[in-house]
Design a protein around this ligand. Sequence first.
Ligand SMILES: CC(C)(COP(=O)(O)OP(=O)(O)OC[C@H]1O[C@@H](n2cnc3c(N)ncnc32)[C@H](O)[C@@H]1OP(=O)(O)O)[C@@H](O)C(=O)NCCC(=O)NCCS
Length: 341
Amino acid sequence: MSPKFKNPRAKFDFQGRTCSITGVGAYVPEKVLTNADLEKLVDTSDEWITTRTGIKERRMAAKDEFTSDMAAKAAQRAMKMAGVVASQIDLIIVATITPDMPFPATACFVQQKIGAKRAAAFDLEAACSGFIYGLEIGQQFIMSRTYDTVLVIGAEKLSAITDWKDRNTCVLFGDGAGAAVLQNRENSHGLLTAVMGADGGKADLLFMPGGGSRCPASKESVDGRLHFLRMSGKETFKNAVQAMCSAAQEVLHRCEVDITRIKCVIPHQANRRIIDAVGERLGATPEQMFINVNRYGNTSAASVAIALDEAVASGKIQRGDLILLVVFGAGLTWGAAVIEW
Ligand SMILES: CC(C)(COP(=O)(O)OP(=O)(O)OC[C@H]1O[C@@H](n2cnc3c(N)ncnc32)[C@H](O)[C@@H]1OP(=O)(O)O)[C@@H](O)C(=O)NCCC(=O)NCCS
């Protein structure tokens, strides 16, 4: 029987171990913020938000609930599914643009919260593309046999950097976390291939000006609302569709499969119109596209991780299925991955 896809690593006389996702988990805060709630905050309407973005509601973390709290809860759920205890974790990677604080890394707080005493821990900043960047980095340690068990988490408290006076952005984002346990699983190809890309020339499309070394916190930076995210919506939209499509096509090409062979496409959940445009250009059917942006809005690095968890929990993805993850974010950054589940 001929193989149902090509493992791109084969061309390198691959000697390493394959890397699979052996557990997934997600956590979203209890509090729901609906479009009707937003109508009371800014000059907007449920109709505008729904038609432009597909978003109906999003989750808001409590005042005393931090990115590391959500990350730890998602991680514990992923560990349970993988049958892994804390002492087995070798490395924790947290992808986030809303760390608990600039330093130390949120991954260190997570390490402490889940009791993974042996684990190394660091944060990764690739905005909404962070989870795929994290999978690709984590996979290197499994393939090289450096580590046996790696935890990759995407977690965000975007409500903390959202300008609640800016109707252009405040309707788009939400809080939450998703996690994956990476391990070798015998007789599975796991993560077949991934692409990661960036274009720093377009950094000004989506950014937060204040709080870093360029513009440290000051009275002026606070008065100027520089500690909130800023976005050029239309330009970001165009770049997102283009970058997500080419990244997805690149990974499909490498695996020598066409879109019909993909059981489930899990795109970054930023905007329903972006997802529909990407799906259409890739030739995917609506049934193949996983969508939950209506319930959570854009949760940045957590987005694809939460969606993956929901797709698995709903039975949409079965062992042996091929799935396609595709992301886009500030940086600009983008990425795509094909996984044999
Ligand atoms: C933000 C976005 C929904 C705006 O949709 P759009 O069709 O581009 O809308 P426009 O920017 O043309 O704005 C149209 C009008 O709606 C207004 N508007 C913006 N936000 C609004 C809101 N929440 N409610 C009501 N009106 C709003 C604008 O002020 C503008 O009014 P004007 O024509 O009087 O100036 C869309 O550009 C988008 O989704 N971009 C990508 C964002 C994204 O996903 N970023 C994250 C990537 S990881």
